[in-house]
Design a protein around this ligand. Sequence first.
Ligand code: FES
Length: 179
Amino acid sequence: MEHASAAAPDDLVRRHVSPGASLIAVLHAIQDEVGFVPPDVVAPLARAFNLSRAEVHGVITYYHHFRTRPPAHVTVALCRAEACRSMGTEALARHIEGRTRCRFDAAHGAGNAGEHAGRDGHAEVELESVYCLGQCALSPSMTINGALHVKVTPEKFDTLFDTARAEATSSVSNPAEGA
Ligand code: FES
């Protein structure tokens, strides 16, 4: 994943649209390539699928998975499904919000991802709720930048978060190392 919208929107769409491909599949492919669905692909997608721009926009905003801006440097996805809730996920969520000074799920839609907006267009931290990571016996579970962590306590989270932030800072300072 490049985490950048370097490709021209028309080229990006053309590369992923193929006979029989659904709009959803193409949106997944675009997000996999550049890290998000850039707003300027809406018009070429609408042309490719013979839809209105409003219809394409509606699909993008309907599915929580699709993001319309670059991902944060540190993305925390906390499981808030039943097994994890029974093991203290909600208290952990409050701890995480206090520690990061961000709110869960604020990045979806028009919300603010937090007060840590970076100068490179990426928010520093983003908190997402997810519902079951398949680790119910080891709850509470979460991912941080895609890496799975289980039996997470507030103390364990603080350590993991500090490490993830340090790695993010290092890769921003030395982009070649983060590639
Ligand atoms: S309920 Fe959290 S991992 Fe299944």
